[in-house]
Design a binder for this molecule. Sequence first.
Ligand code: FES
Ligand code: FES
Length: 168
Amino acid sequence: MHISLRVNGEQHMLDVDSRTTILDALRNHLGLTGSKKGCDHGQCGACTVLINGRRINSCLTLAVMHDEDEIVTIEGIGSPEELSPMQAAFVRHDGYQCGYCTPGQICSATAVLDELEKGWPSYVTDDLEGAAQLTDDEIAERMSGNLCRCSAYPNIVDAIRDVAEKRA
Ligand code: FES
Ligand code: FES
């Protein structure tokens, strides 16, 4: 099937089997291998990308469902020459060990700060009327879809806090 995806600001026409996931379309059709296939079951978050501004496990959604959608992958968040603030904070705080989960963690963490800024509540937000605070509980809840086998969590939390404080 023919679909059109806008990925990291570039339009791509793809001819995909209807069973192709967005993760496989990105990795195998477009050569964007930053998004990782950790579990292929929606359990680890290594494949997290942003679709139309929302975080999504790209292993769980079919490419044909996203015709004309706007996708941002880790390659669109920053580059080795020009790290995004979140990428730089992960380096500064040593927020990874093997690094396999890192692209998903950084996509998610970047979106978490945007979600907080927009005032979107999470499951642990007490006050649904006021702005959500960046407590440890909020960070843990909002990042709970991203697992790290190396358990770099304390440093990941430090990196997220660092970027949030610099933005404030
Ligand atoms: S690879 Fe998609 S959640 Fe694990
Ligand atoms: S740094 Fe290894 S899985 Fe997260």
